[in-house]
Every structure is written in structure tokens, then in C-alpha cells.
Design a protein around this ligand. Structure first.
Ligand SMILES: *Cc1c(COP(=O)(O)O)cnc(C)c1O
Length: 371
């Protein structure tokens, strides 16, 4: 998709806030190593933009979901450690080895097929263990043992570097399912040979459960917290310890006074009750500013101004207290004067969770690093 660089609408990304969140996460979890999930366009913040600054921010490795995300990072000249979190079709095993990805594997059959097609370059293997997410990975000790034995017997093609599990509810005040998964994890790995990377902590586990994970808490494999979002939304931890990593801003492209009785935008659902100054903004659901955000209070010149009328694909309207010049800055998410719009505010308004808000930002939005 085309990035709209000749348009005021932009995401201003803060490197210093990302670095702060990395340090905070390491401090709270005690993890020495932090791998940042940059899958799905770095949760909407920009895959390459975030990957390029990650190391300077104290990130020790990157985690992506699909092979192509990893390849895009390599092609941008970044040689950082990369973990592929999702399963890949075995026919691509040679590509994963060529790019030196730590590659997630869920079955012995996969390893057997890969063994037939891998060449001189060894594949770095990360074994997925299913303790209750029921998405990928082996479920029994026997299966895990068989995989480990196979890797050892075929060390010409494989290096057994990683093992992990993924928690389905690590950010819930009711932690019974977490405890069940944790106990299952320790049962499954008991007595087996562990590789150098044993990693089980996602954001919730890193924030609230690291002390309950002895021997398995030196690596945090996280996204949400580093992007400034407290995963329990303040229930299990303070909401203001992490820093927001971006502001979303735009500027008025058109300003006019309209009389009472006029409908605004598609469907004419919002009708003016008196003379009203209306500003137009160059952002819409085509940029990932979803229809659910209708009527959110935007910030202009340190004042709250209600967005009015249906959000269109590329534009939307805002009610102004008085006339403003074209080009006036509008803050959709971020600070303006004494007010701040956070992802939580938008979540409360719309019901859309913070990570879904950012991941919906489309490629058309211009992204820039500002500090
Ligand atoms: C996305 C993902 C993560 C990161 O999760 P957060 O909750 O955002 O920290 C970790 N592990 C796996 C397997 C994932 O898919």
C-alpha cells in the first residue's frame, strides 16, 4: 500500500519511550534478555521503523510471526537475532536456515521432512510446547522427548536452541488457568535436556508472574508492555508506569461555518442544532481510524473537540469552538496542553482493546521517529 507522505496525518514514534519501557519490563520481570514482538507491523507501529531502533533501545532480539516479516527485516540490513513465532510450511525450512532464524517447530514429522531438504546450513530450532493455549506445539512428554532425541541425532542439520510455551491468560486476576499451564510446563520439561533459550514470558507473565517461573524467567518475549500498554488495564498493575510510545496527529484541511439543520457526513446522522464551525481531517477508516471511534474527543489547541458524523474511508469532521486556520494541528492520540488522549481513553470510548487499535493502523499512515 502507498504511504501518504504528502499529508499531515502521521504517527510520531518515541524512541526514548520505547527504550524506557524495555528497561522497565526488564526491571520488573528480572529478565536479562528481552525479545520484542514486531509481528503484524510491530503491532501497527511500523515493522522496519521499530526493528531499526530496537537494539539501541535495549532490545536483544526480534520476534515475528511469519517468515516474510523476518525476511523483510533481513533485507533492511538488520542482522539482529530473529525468532519466528508461528509455524512455517516445511518446504521453507531451507529459507529459515539461510536467514538464521530461530524457527518454531511443532512436530517430529516436521523435523523428519525438514531433515530431507536441509543443506549445509543448520536450522536453529525452537520447540513449541502446548500447555493449554491449544494453538501449536506438542502436548505430551513422549512427543517432546522424541523431538529432542531426533534433534540430537541429526545435529548435522539442526541445532536445538530454543523451547517455549505460550500462556493463554497471564493478565487475568483469576490465575487458575495460568497456574494450570505453568504446572503442566514444569511437568513436561522435567528431566529433559534444555537448550540455551527457554522462554515462556509474554507481557502478562513478565509483569505479574516472573517470580513463579524459576529457571524460565531470564527471557521476556513481549510486545504489549514495550508498546506502552499495561496488559491488565490497571487491574493487576499501575497503568501509568509504562510510557506511551507514539502520538497520532493530523491537521485541519478545511474549515467552514454551517447553519443549523445540516447533516454531517454519510447518512446525515449528526445534524447541527445551531451555527457550527466544522473542521475536516484527512484520516478515516482506510487509515485504521475505525468507525467505532466516532464521537471521540480530539484535541485541538489544548481543547477537547468532538469528532462528529460518520467516519469516512479517508476523511472525517470535527466540531470546533470557533474558526481555526487550515493547517491547525489536531491530536487524536497524545498530549495537547493540559489534556492527553491515551489508548485507554480510546478503548473506553470504543470498546476496541489498545493493541487492536494500533495493529489496525494501515500502511497509508506516515510513521516517523521523533526522539
Ligand atoms: C504475540 C506473541 C507474544 C507477545 O505477546 P504480548 O502479550 O504482546 O507480550 C509472545 N509470544 C507469542 C507466541 C506470541 O504470539
Amino acid at each position: 500500500m502507498v504511504e501518504a507522505i504528502h499529508r499531515s496525518t502521521r504517527i510520531e514514534f518515541s524512541k526514548s519511550s520505547l527504550a524506557y519501557n524495555v528497561q522497565y519490563t526488564k526491571q520488573v520481570s528480572g529478565a536479562k534478555t528481552l525479545w520484542l514482538a514486531v509481528k503484524s507491523n510491530a503491532y501497527g507501529h511500523g515493522l522496519l521503523q521499530v526493528s531499526k531502533i530496537a537494539r539501541e533501545c535495549g532490545v536483544d532480539g526480534l520476534a515475528v510471526s511469519v517468515l516474510d516479516e523476518g525476511i523483510a527485516i533481513r533485507q533492511a540490513g538488520i542482522d539482529d537475532f530473529i525468532l519466528i513465532l508461528g509455524p512455517i510450511d516445511v518446504k521453507y525450512a531451507p529459507i529459515a536456515s539461510k536467514y538464521h532464524f530461530l524457527t518454531t517447530v511443532s512436530s517430529l514429522d516436521w523435523l523428519k521432512s525438514a531433515d530431507k531438504i536441509l543443506g549445509k546450513e543448520k536450522l536453529s530450532v525452537n520447540l513449541a510446547v502446548d500447555t493449554g493455549m491449544n494453538r501449536i506445539g506438542v502436548r505430551s512428554k513422549k512427543d517432546l522427548k522424541d523431538e529432542i532425541e531426533f534433534l540430537q541425532e541429526h545435529s548435522d542439520h539442526f541445532s536445538y536452541d530454543g523451547i517455549f510455551t505460550h500462556f493463554a491468560s497471564s493478565d487475568n486476576p483469576d490465575d487458575h488457568y495460568f497456574q494450570r499451564q505453568k504446572n503442566r510446563w514444569y511437568e513436561l520439561i522435567d528431566g529433559l535436556i534444555m537448550p540455551r533459550y527457554v522462554h515462556v514470558m509474554n507481557s502478562g507473565a513478565a509483569m505479574y508472574h516472573s517470580k513463579e517461573l524459576p529457571g524460565c524467567n531470564s527471557i521476556a518475549r513481549v510486545g504489549t508492555v514495550v508498546y506502552g500498554v499495561e496488559p491488565s488495564e490497571g487491574v493487576l498493575g499501575p497503568i501509568d508506569k509504562l510510557k506511551p510510545v507514539f502520538e497520532l496527529k493530523s491537521a485541519l484541511t478545511f474549515v467552514k461555518k454551517i447553519p443549523a439543520g445540516e447533516g454531517i457526513s454519510y447518512g446525515s446522522k449528526f445534524v447541527t442544532s445551531r451555527d457550527t464551525w466544522i473542521g475536516t481531517l484527512p484520516i478515516g477508516y482506510g487509515d485504521g481510524w475505525l468507525a467505532e471511534y466516532q464521537d471521540f474527543q480530539l484535541l485541538i489547541d489544548g481543547q477537547k473537540c468532538r469528532q462528529v458524523g460518520q467516519i469516512a474511508m479517508d476523511q472525517m469532521m470535527v466540531a470546533l469552538p470557533h474558526e481555526y486556520p487550515i493547517g491547525t494541528e489536531v491530536t487524536l492520540i497524545g498530549k495537547s496542553g493540559k489534556y492527553e488522549n491515551t489508548l485507554y481513553d480510546l478503548h473506553k470510548h470504543s470498546g476496541v482493546p489498545p493493541w487492536k487499535i494500533t495493529v489496525a493502523f494501515s500502511d497509508r499512515l506516515k510513521r516517523m521517529v521523533v526522539d
